[in-house]
Design a protein around this ligand. Sequence first.
Ligand code: SAM
Ligand code: SF4
Length: 381
Amino acid sequence: MSRRLSFYIHIPYCIKRCGYCDFNTYTPAELQGPDLESVSKNYISAVLKEIELAQKTVGAAEVPSIFFGGGTPSLMPAAELARVIQEIRDRFELSPDIEITIEVNPDSVSLDFLEKMRQAGANRISMGMQSAVPHVLKVLDRTHNPENVSTAVEKARKAGFEHVSVDLIYGAPGESVSDWQQSVTSALQLPIDHISAYALIIEKGTKLAAQISRGEVQMPPDEETAEKYLIADSAFEAAGFNWYELSNWSKPGGQCRHNIAYWNGSMWWGVGPGAHSYFDNRRWWNVKHPATYQQKINAGESPVQSEEILSEENLADEYLMLQIRRREGIPHRNLKDSQVSRAAEYVDSGHLDQAEWTAQKLVLTQQGRLIADRIVRDLVL
Ligand SMILES: C[S@@+](CC[C@H](N)C(=O)[O-])C[C@H]1O[C@@H](n2cnc3c(N)ncnc32)[C@H](O)[C@@H]1O
Ligand code: SF4
C-alpha cells in the first residue's frame, strides 16, 4: 500500500492587498513586471517542476486532497491550474474520492473559470466572503461588494460544485454585534455546506495595524469578539452546520478533508514560494519571494529555505494544540497523566465536556472554545 500525500499549491498573487492580510502574496505593482496573466504561465511551469521534485523525494503515493490557496488562485487561467492537477495525476495516484479545493475571491471568479475547473476535477470551492456589511468590508479594505458573494456562490453551484464554503472574519474595527449578526444570517442564506469564521488577527506590518496604531480605527473589546463567536456558533448549529474544528462548521459530509489532514498530522507537500511541507517528521519551507523561487527551481536547485526535524515532544505538543480544537477531541490515553490531571480542572469550570470526559475524552465546550489557547498553554507547560 503506497503512502498518502496531500498537496497544497500556493498561488502568490492578488489584484490588491487587503489591509489586514500578511499572507505571502504580491500585487502587479509589487511585482513591477507584466500583468498577472503573463506571469501565470512561467509560475505554473515552476510549480510543475516542484511536483516532479516531490515525486523524486516521496516515490509512489496516493493523493487524497489538493488545495489551491493563496493569494488568489482564481486569478490564474483555469487551463494553468488544470495543468497542475494533470501533473499530480501523472506522477501520483489520485484517491478515487479525492477532494480538490480552489480558494476564490468573489470579485475574480467567472462561470467559465468554474466550469473549466470542475471539468479538470476540482470539486470544492472556498470563497473569501469576510462580511456582508459594506462598512466592515471597507475597513477590511476588501474590493468586493456584498452582492458579489451570492452571485459567485450561485455560479459555483451552476458549474456543478457540490461543496462550497465561505470564509468570514469577525471583530473588525467598527463592526457592531448586529453587523456580525447580519453577516452570519447572510452566509446562512447561501447554498453552501461549509463555513469558516476567524477572529480578525492584527498582523504586524499591515496597513490595518498602522491605522490602529495611529488611532484612526479602534479594535472592538475582546468580550464583544467572544460574544460574536457564540452568536455564530449557535446560529450555525441551529442551521445544521456542526462545528468540527474551532473555526469551522459543516453540514454532514461537508468537512474539509484537506484541513483535517493538516490537523491529523498527515503528510503534505506545499508547492510554491513560502509554502510549508511536512513529511516523515521533517518540516520545511520554501524561499518566500516568487522570483527567487522560480530562479532556484529553473536552475535545478532546491527551493527550500529552511527545515526542522520534529522531536517526539514537538509532535506531541503539536498534536495537542491542533487536536484540542477538533470536535473529535483527545482520548485521555494520548495525554500524559500530569496533563489529564491538569485538564480535570477545566471540566469543573465548564470548559471541557463532562460526558466526554467520563468517556475518557477531552472535548471543549462552547465556553471552552473561547479559551482554547489558554488551555493549550496550560497543558503543554
Ligand atoms: C488566503 S485567504 C483566502 C482567499 C482569498 N484570497 C480571499 O481573501 O478572498 C484565506 C482566508 O484567511 C482569512 N484571513 C486572512 N488574513 C486574516 C487575518 N489577519 N485575520 C483573520 N483571518 C484572516 C480570511 O478569512 C481569508 O478568506
Ligand atoms: S485577497 Fe485574500 S490573500 Fe489576497 S490580500 Fe486579500 S485576504 Fe490576502
